[in-house]
Ligand binder design. Structure first.
Ligand SMILES: C[S@@+](CC[C@H](N)C(=O)[O-])C[C@H]1O[C@@H](n2cnc3c(N)ncnc32)[C@H](O)[C@@H]1O
Length: 429
């Protein structure tokens, strides 16, 4: 979206670069920069700290005095942050906390982005809240929560495919979301255990206009004979098909399989951030030094390390430098590992392989768009994902009136806990 486009223009890109600088080069450079900064800062940095702390206290006092719409607001976990060279430089109130540790993203070939705007997202939210209230599976632990349910519904309604394919259905909540978005459109659902099996124990959703490849009929997405399946479903134009992956498989593997079959529109539910998750994701792949907000240093005495250590106390999924870095200062993927299949498989990958993976992804990408979180944590009270690694939310912190007007106060906090940067990709035909 606009955010992506702005970053694209700002991107410290090295297009012609094909061999990666080694991570230790980056660490050394980073350390030099840190030390240089400290030397230059001297007593002035202490003075700046006092001034910025004072400003922050005033800001907090003013916002407490004026925010009468939220009497139950607890003490905020936000603190004034020092920003390293890759951090956003503007401190525009609490909302700027979002993305303050960098939001890496995948570059597309021609810098295109999606057609929908933040206004469309807001309008969509208004429509989706009453739909979500009628969901058959109220407690969808291990499945999608509110943010991604909205994202999936919104994107499907916008893309209006002739066929929706999902891989990973669990009890069927995502199938239900697909159905709400497109009441008449055929669904293909691929999942090892048929959702009807869950009906014996509690709520589940089985769709009447869906072909299930489940139970004894289960075939992995990568082994499916797509030519014959699509022919059976009367589909000849693959640009009219959208695939939704929520199967916790290596996303690079899924991307290659989708490319091979000729699909163009992909949505990945769990686009895990670097250092987290049970499979290699697009977000991890594109976390690179040449992307603004991407790349890391394992230097323990850096601003990034200090910020991460603080944030880890507030957000479950926030990782500190110790957790981010594995052997040999390997920070990419998860501690230098490429995970797959719910982390049942994991392989160490070299930095150079990781770098080449991002170049490959860029070479086939027309669009990369991460769904923003629905609302800031002071509204949702979510404590799981770290806003410092996420794009600005649709409803920013402080806009309690809007949050309430949209009916979002009705939901339990837990439904806002599942955000993991759901992403839409348009890949080359
Ligand atoms: C996180 S759950 C999906 C949640 C669901 N989309 C929802 O929102 O409620 C992951 C699902 O992927 C299924 N799964 C595991 N391996 C798979 C594979 N190779 N292909 C498709 N689904 C798979 C699991 O059995 C599980 O049902």
């Amino acid at each position: 979206m606009a955010e992506g486009a702005a970053v694209a223009a700002d991107d410290e890109s090295k297009d012609e670069e094909s061999t990666p600088p080694s991570p230790s080069d980056h660490s050394k450079r980073h350390r030099q920069r840190e030390e240089e900064g400290r030397r230059r800062g001297g007593p002035r940095s202490g003075h700046c700290l006092v001034v910025s702390s004072l400003l922050f206290v005033i800001l907090v006092l003013v916002s407490v005095l004026f925010s009468r719409s939220r009497p139950d607001l607890c003490v905020s976990p936000y603190e004034p942050l020092h920003r390293t060279s890759f951090l956003r430089r503007d401190l525009d109130g609490l909302a700027s906390d979002f993305g303050s540790l960098g939001v890496p993203w995948c570059r597309s070939k021609h810098g295109k982005t999606v057609e929908w705007t933040s206004k469309d997202l807001l309008k969509g939210l208004e429509e989706f809240v009453p739909i979500y209230e009628t969901r058959p599976i109220k407690n969808n632990m291990y499945g999608m929560g509110f943010d991604h349910s909205f994202g999936l519904w919104f994107m499907m309604r916008w893309l209006k495919p002739e066929l929706m394919i999902e891989s990973g259905a669990f009890k069927g909540h995502s199938t239900w979301v697909l159905r709400q978005a497109m009441p008449e459109t055929r669904i293909i659902s691929i999942t090892p255990r048929h959702p009807e099996k869950y009906l014996k124990k509690g709520p589940a959703y089985v769709d009447g206009n869906c072909t299930y490849f489940a139970g004894k009929d289960f075939v992995d997405f990568g082994s499916m004979d797509w030519k014959s399946v699509l022919k059976k479903h009367g589909i000849s134009d693959l640009s009219r098909v959208v695939i939704f992956f929520d199967d916790h498989q290596n996303e690079l593997k899924r991307l290659k399989q989708a490319l091979k079959a000729g699909f163009q529109h992909l949505i990945f539910e769990d686009n895990y951030d670097t250092g987290t998750g049970d499979h290699y994701s697009l977000r991890q792949i594109c976390d690179q030094f040449y992307i603004r907000g991407g790349g890391h240093s394992c230097f323990r005495d850096s601003d990034e390390a200090r910020i991460r250590m603080k944030r880890e106390k507030f957000y479950e999924k926030a990782v500190d430098i110790e957790d981010l870095c594995g052997k040999g200062e390997s920070w990419w993927g998860v501690r230098g590992y490429m995970r797959d299949d719910f982390n049942h498989s994991n392989k160490p990958i070299s930095y150079s392989e990781h770098f080449q993976n991002s170049r490959f992804v860029e070479s086939v990408l027309d669009v990369y768009w991460e769904l923003p979180p629905v609302a800031g944590p002071s509204l949702t009270h979510q404590t799981r994902y770290d806003p410092a690694r996420a794009p600005d939310p649709i409803i920013e912190d402080g806009r309690y009136g809007l949050f309430q007007r949209l009916g979002l106060t009705k939901f339990e906090t837990s439904v806002f806990n599942g955000y993991t940067q759901m992403v839409y990709l348009k890949i080359s035909s």
